[in-house]
Design a protein around this ligand. Sequence first.
Ligand code: PEP
Ligand code: CO
Length: 458
Amino acid sequence: MMAFAHNNSWNPESWKNFPAVQQPRYPDAVALEHALGELSQLPPLVTSWEIESLKSQLADAAEGKRFLLQGGDCAEMFDECRSPIIAAKLKILLQMSLVLTHGGGRPVIRVGRFAGQYAKPRSDEFETRGDLKLDSYRGDLVNGLEFHHHTRVPDPHRLIDAYSRSALTLNFIRSLVDGGFADLHHPEYWDLDFVQHSPLRLEYQNITREIGQSLRFMETLAGAPVHEMRRVDFFTSHEGLVLPYEQAQTRQVPHRQGWWDLSTHMPWIGYRTAVPGNAHIEFFRGIQNPVGVKVGSGTTETTLLEIIHALNPTNEPGRLTLIHRFGAHEIAKSLPPLIDAVAKSNARVLWVCDPMHGNTQTVTMNSGPQAGVKVKTRKFAHILAEVEQAFEIHKQKSTVLGGVHFELTGENVTECTGGARGLGDDNLAQAYRSRVDPRLNYEQSLEMAMLVARRLDR
Ligand code: PEP
Ligand code: CO
């Protein structure tokens, strides 16, 4: 076991001395080295000062002074790197953050699962159809979805494509935000077409009207427009799964100590890779970014404390976010002992609830062109029940639930059931588009934000 003990001699490739799971096996080592060489020379996607700003905001969230909203696709797709889709994602996150700010009376930190969420862990390494056994689809960063030998072989060029599309996405987001898209004076800019027909329209419009009135009141008091309200920030996050990709974007920067993973502001370690003594913990312990860790019903107290100790030995505020994802039927049993263990250790963490990944069910489509095909879905009621229990449990334990993490989209998809419009399994075939996990659609996301906002004590 000594060989796997993390010691202090970290460097961006020290993870290679530890067991790494969920890594693509690239058959062409030369092409891989070439792509990584190129990636390591390309400019960074984010900057160290943005990362520091996020870290200090996350430290506030851990104390209940801010609230984290993290959300976006389960997996971004290369061919969805398009302006209407990106704009719709920003709109729904903006609307949700508005509703949460209004309900909670504290600033909301917006962190997208975007501009780099291209890699997926898989339960099975291979997929078999008939006689053909191929690599599982691992996200557009690694291979293609189509069930052909040539698309499923991990392709290093995709590392550059993923970087490029992340850059294009981020460039568009930054331009929209700088151009006044996120101006709180004009929440109507963020309306999506079907808000007009939504059962939640009145409640949402009341909230925006009240915010407009408060803004005008403040401007009357100040005798000038509130310029800070013209711009809000977005941060990026993705699962830091494919370690060579993260390594190639990890740099030192002038005037600051340490190493920075500049592929995203906030990488997180997935549930399947958050294993003490493995390569993911080794890699992420050495970077300065705030890091998230997914925690589930298989995470023991001992495991969690080892992970915390490895990733945040100095107990730095804002460094570590624990994103718990148990499922509505598990959280009451599994979360309290972990909270107790962390509290006893005096570790500073930000607790965040991901009510998506413990609530996935498989159903068979019963109509449409995909009839008979099995798809993953989630029930709105289960998602809500998990968040509500999370608030309750943290309250009982006197800890802070400082944020929520959702898989969602600004599109009108039918992937999760329930919500105000009462989608059922029969509706799934109408617009099921996710290649991996089911997302809340625009209306379900907004409704969820309204229900979560009611739980935020002012
Ligand atoms: C995800 O966030 O898409 C994911 C795979 O989650 P988890 O690691 O919690 O299963
Ligand atoms: Co997912």
